[in-house]
Design a protein around this ligand. Structure first.
Ligand SMILES: [Zn+2]
Length: 91
């Protein structure tokens, strides 16, 4: 996507914000395209969805799993004497 943005908007590194999943989570076999934005110097740091998911998800019961870091929501509040764990790590 970056080459297209560069062609359409030559000053893209000054005020384009990259919003993406973190490259570490992408399939290593497809790394060529996912890591290419590290070759560019942006004034604005990339906004990685995984590290900001807790700010995007709305609700009263938004938690980050203590085991894997995954953001999840629950219908009921996690009791204060228990640590939040996603569905996968609760079982
Ligand atoms: Zn988890």
């Amino acid at each position: 996507m970056i080459p297209a943005i560069k062609a359409a908007y030559p000053e893209y590194t000054r005020n384009v914000l990259i919003v993406s999943t973190h490259p570490d989570e992408l399939d290593a076999n497809r790394r060529q395209s996912s890591f290419s934005y590290f070759d560019f110097v942006f004034n604005l740091q990339p906004f990685f969805l995984q590290t900001n998911a807790d700010k995007i998800i709305a609700g009263d019961n938004v938690y980050r799993c203590v085991e894997c870091g995954k953001i999840f929501t629950t219908q009921n509040e996690v009791p204060t004497n228990r640590q939040p764990r996603c569905r996968q790590h609760r079982n």
